[in-house]
Design a protein around this ligand. Sequence first.
Ligand code: MG
Length: 336
Amino acid sequence: MRIATKITKLHLKNPFKISRREIDSYREIVSVEIDGGVGEAAPAKFYGENRQTVVTALEKITPLLDRNLDHIHDIMDEIESTISGNYAAKSAIDMALHDRLGKKLGVPLYKLWGLNPQKTPCTSFTIGLDEPSVMAEKTLEAESYSILKVKLGTPNDIEIIKELRKVTDKPIYVDANTAWTSREAVDIINELAQLRVVLIEQPTKADDIEGLKYIREHTTLPIIADESVKRSSDILKLVESVDGINIKLVKCGGILEALRMIHVARAHGMLVMLGCMIESSLGITAAAHLTPLVDYADLDGNLLISNDPYLGVSIDRGKLVLPERPGIGILTNERK
Ligand SMILES: [Mg+2]
């Protein structure tokens, strides 16, 4: 079975900054097509992937697709046991196989899993790091979204949220992207709670599990792990240390692993967020089909780019609206 691949540059509407770095003005994604099913890899430097590693991984995966493509579990298990890492590439394959199966059966993905499309949450919209006044301006521009996710990890984190509170009373999620020590985090989070922030994502370094536990014991807001958790096998060690996990298809290797993570987290009474990278509407819509199962959606990667090649999931007053078309249900965006 041949995999057709295509590399696309997604241009960002605004350069996007988080505590670790400022990213470029564009992001390269690799889209794949397998027997009519489509998927995409949005490789992240943080996980050691780029356009070239994706293409190389796809070449290694191709011979493993000479079998019944309906058997997605078998295929993904074999890929996982043959090729290590490369989760963005694996996610593209998993997405394409699900899209193919949904199209073959004539049903949207959420129906394959018996999910209720009315139960999608509202997505948060991300405000990247900048001067507090610029962040306040961006907050005003994000008028049509009902929840904000604010990137922090600066010397003036409290000032930023105070500035935003002058212009909005919407729920705010805060993502520190590993920037704080556990002691700092406790003080900051307790102040943020007074400013009606509703949850905190990844306050400390990814491997500082004890630090996360300390923070959880000394604060009241839900603590969500992101950089600390890639796949289902990472969840158990976090059960005592955080309240929930942020799952991303690109990070875990696709829909099957994301479903496994949701079930493992739920079995331990944990909250679940479904997040994303800078991706087109293809990757975002694939993830959106899972959102009836989660507490929080942070699926705005497609909203941050100016040349989205596709139309897929839409947003009505902040709430995700799933397409009814078979498979992932995307269309080519003629107006891009
Ligand atoms: Mg995050």
